[in-house]
Design a protein around this ligand. Structure first.
Ligand code: 13P
Length: 241
């Protein structure tokens, strides 16, 4: 049985105070959410400690947005896995397209980060996806298969989540058609050695398209950016029908 995982990626949004305010509004809205849905919030590093304390005993799991491959060292601006696990982090996004695009993340460093996360018993959420230009050139499948082949070398597929995030659909309001997302996710699954890896869709997921997305048989959840910042909209997504 594949797990259903709905994760919010807050990116570089929310101070600690704003994060706690979100939680106050959000928790009552998910009291009826079916138990078999995992709910994850991937928040800025500075909000991890206070959220972790406030989430104690709650069903919401905490995630970070990056992790370095060394346990410690002279890597200014990076964060190590033991620093995350110590404060109760269980999930970590790795290889988000914004990291690949703006911060020089490569498939090689993505692979190192995935392995370091797993060694620390964090569950990585690996992001893959094509640009508009690559899609228009008919390269969607080859780009994604190439990312998977390089990113997943020696990665344990029993402790892994994958997010298919077409780059052209991120933050644009231009969602990938759910049937097309389902098709690509089905192809991703065929590349895996473990068919039970949960595979999410990400890219302009909103309260008004989540039901259709989650009705697709290959799609096991969502990685949500903008619409995870407001309690009501993220709760509606978590409570998809
Ligand atoms: P949006 O939901 O804002 O398009 O962002 C998607 C995303 O990048 C999640 O990681």
């Amino acid at each position: 049985m594949r797990r259903i995982v709905i994760a919010g990626n807050w990116k570089m949004y929310k101070t600690q105070a704003e994060a706690l305010e979100f939680l106050q509004g959000f928790i009552p809205l998910i009291s009826e959410t079916p138990e078999d849905r995992e709910v994850v919030l991937c928040v800025p590093f500075t909000a991890l400690v206070s959220l972790s304390q406030s989430l104690h005993g709650s069903r919401i799991r905490l995630g970070a947005q990056n992790v370095h491959w060394e346990k410690e060292g002279a890597y200014t601006g990076e964060i190590a896995a033991p620093m995350l696990t110590e404060v109760g982090v269980r999930y970590v996004i790795v290889g988000h397209s914004e990291r690949r695009q703006y911060f020089g993340e490569t498939d090689e460093t993505v692979n190192l980060r995935l392995k370091a996360a797993q060694a620390a018993e964090l569950t990585p959420i690996l992001c893959v996806g094509e640009t508009k230009q690559q899609r228009d050139a008919g390269e969607t499948e080859s780009v994604i298969f190439n990312q998977l082949a390089k990113d997943l070398v020696d990665v344990d597929q029993t402790n892994l989540i994958i997010a298919y995030e077409p780059i052209w659909a991120i933050g644009t309001g231009d969602t990938c058609e759910s049937v097309e997302a389902n098709r690509v996710i089905g192809l991703i699954r065929k590349q895996l050695t473990n068919p039970d890896v949960p595979i999410q869709y990400g890219g302009s997921v909103k309260p008004d398209n989540i039901d259709e997305i989650m009705a697709q048989p290959e799609i096991d959840g969502a990685l949500v950016g903008g619409a995870s910042l407001q309690p009501a909209s993220f709760a509606r997504i978590v409570n998809f029908q």
